[in-house]
Design a protein around this ligand. Sequence first.
Ligand code: MGD
Ligand code: MGD
Ligand code: SF4
Ligand code: MO
Length: 685
Amino acid sequence: MQPAVNQPNGIFPSVCSLDCPDQCGLLVHKENGRIIKIEGDPSHPVTKGAICNKVRHLTGLLYDPQRLQYPLKRIGPKGEGKFARISWEEAIHTITDRWKTLIAQEGPEAILPYSFYGNMGYLGTEGFDRRFFHRLGASRLGRSICSAAGGVGYKYTMGSDMGTSPEDTVHAKLIIMWGINAVSTNMHQVMLAEQARKNGAQIVVIDVHKNRTGRWADWFIPLRPGTDAALALGMMHILFAEGLTDESFLKEYTVGYEELREHVRQYDPVSVADITGVPVEDLYRLARLYGKTSPAFIRIGNGLQHHDNGGMNVRTISCLPALTGQWLHKGGGAIKSNSGHLTMNEKALQRPDLMKKATRRINMNRIGEALLELDPPIRSMYVYNCNPAVVAPDANKVRTGLMREDLFTVVHELFLTETAQYADIVLPATSSLENTDLYASYWHHYIHLQQPVVEPYGECRSNVQVFRLLAAAMGFTDQALMDTEADMVRQALDYPANPALSGMTYERLAQDGFVKGEVKPLLPGKLNTPSGKIELYSKAMKLDGYSPLPVYNPLPAGEEEGPFVFVPAPNHNFLNSTFSHNQKHVSLEKEPLVYMNAADAASLGIGDGEMVRLWNSLGECVLKAVVGGEVLPGTLVSQGLWADAAGEKRLVNSLTPARLADMGGGATFFSGRVRAERAAPADMV
Ligand SMILES: Nc1nc2c(c(=O)[nH]1)N[C@H]1C(S)=C(S)[C@@H](COP(=O)(O)OP(=O)(O)OC[C@H]3O[C@@H](n4cnc5c(=O)[nH]c(N)nc54)[C@H](O)[C@@H]3O)O[C@H]1N2
Ligand SMILES: Nc1nc2c(c(=O)[nH]1)N[C@H]1C(S)=C(S)[C@@H](COP(=O)(O)OP(=O)(O)OC[C@H]3O[C@@H](n4cnc5c(=O)[nH]c(N)nc54)[C@H](O)[C@@H]3O)O[C@H]1N2
Ligand code: SF4
Ligand SMILES: [Mo]
């Protein structure tokens, strides 16, 4: 059969490339060589033909008149967004000539790649790009903006990024969605939970905001931001005190349960209620429900780990399933991330051996400071798969950094994003439907091979294609920088160290589109922790300077920054800042809102629907108030990373701290503090 890209009409299987756990199977409808419709693939065993609103409207984004079609160079002052069309040849040579001079004068570490997962494809996101920058000898980026803190916290307890198989969670009788807005961010976990609910499961949501997911719950438990570890420790206190633990499981599969039993005595329900804002009777009810229901499943979200204490929050919650032995019950346990199940041959893919010496690593959460203060300085930044001017914390500082006249910035993008407006050279990127790439979900257990469905749009090129051009223009002749996409897929899958990949081949993927990894339940078995068991007490943590037992560490006081904790979460119709430039998605979300408790609104004299000015020492924002009971007093929640045209005060990350979380150099987006007042007419542009 002809490849999809050569067939003008038909329906072709594909996969969603967005940074979303569900990684849905798609069916792409083509007519006269153009995509006319995208729907879910009903044959996909987990996602089963259902897809989200965002991707149902993806065609509009792919053919958005604003999509970039050819390379551009800056012709106006920095940041003004004035560009002129240039050829690919001019673009590539402008970049490599500049880099060759820079390398000769200051060394390659003056160059910094900046990327995240705007497209989850391995080849373009953590494959060819890494090879190229390793060979170049550029500074490395610490990619810790998303789930780094929680990832480290979970691993201390469980040893790896592995948890329950999502398909098994239909058997659960209790499902706790903890710090996850799953209706918007993991919709198939919600569909599986619905199936479980039909068989009698109860659904509990623990969150600082009664959003779509809270409204869907059987029982919504609001709590104060960053107090989750205290809640979990309070539950442990009751589980031990009331004999609701599974002692034989603890003995066989954990270390440190006797120490933990003693340790959690201090987290008495009255103190915990005081910390969390969860009433004592609700705490008892929750602990007993958890202690007496099996299988019980916890879906641990990203929200509770975007805090100063985020690593410890996840470390602590991930101890809970062990207390009642849930890992041995089909559908019980927890998922923080399942990416570890499908680990590929990272060394073969990324080729760190191409790096002549270990180069410096720069934490992406500190990019504003790095651009302004680092010595020796960053002189050139190459941005792809990411929109740091909107998504990185302390965004005003990031933008001040991007304004530096002596910073040579290249942005490879589908759109002229806020970041691209600061570029010296803008390169047009293909969408995933125009590429070959390899995808593995960080939630379910399927690996997908994407093959091009349509020809590249305009003069767009994929990440891999651009790095190949850059490598050639730099004069690099290493075979690793000439490999084809198919070569790289084979190298990534050739990894006997992960038995889940056995039988996973390029040929099989090319034929079937997706293949399930041979994933085994975590227990019984040996975990990847130093003891091979679940570490309720962790010597490794002690060596790393943490409490070896789970603890509650309060957020920094920070009252001088303002009385409110500000939680700027994602929204339903955008994916981080992706779709925030698209009229359809913007009209679905209408406008940026801030949720405020009625008591706080009354004391500030703010009415529902009025504009509110939020500010702290980092910046300000003006958002429309939703006054009610969706958040507890003292908490403000916004949703969405909105595009901000000149003068619009919608940049929520202008208020977020660039402090690092307790583990993994993670971000603390949700621990910032702000003041609030009714906006004056002059604030509303
Ligand atoms: N529609 C949509 N889907 C997405 C995304 C998107 O932007 N939009 N982004 C994608 C990406 S990159 C990611 S990482 C995931 C993130 O998706 P999730 O894992 O759902 O994480 P968040 O949406 O960041 O936050 C989840 C919830 O945590 C709550 N929260 C904040 N602080 C706390 C706290 O201290 N304790 C508790 N218990 N709750 C708290 C927030 O109110 C929010 O409801 O979603 C992915 N999917
Ligand atoms: N306030 C606040 N800030 C946050 C968060 C939050 O919850 N609150 N969430 C954080 C989290 S969890 C994350 S993961 C980050 C995400 O932050 P980003 O990774 O910046 O995610 P997006 O905003 O989706 O931007 C991805 C960009 O990649 C581009 N892109 C897509 N495909 C390709 C491709 O194939 N090639 C190239 N070159 N470009 C492509 C898209 O057009 C898009 O502009 O944001 C973080 N920032
Ligand atoms: S964004 Fe998530 S839910 Fe939507 S289609 Fe993609 S993988 Fe599925
Ligand atoms: Mo993320």
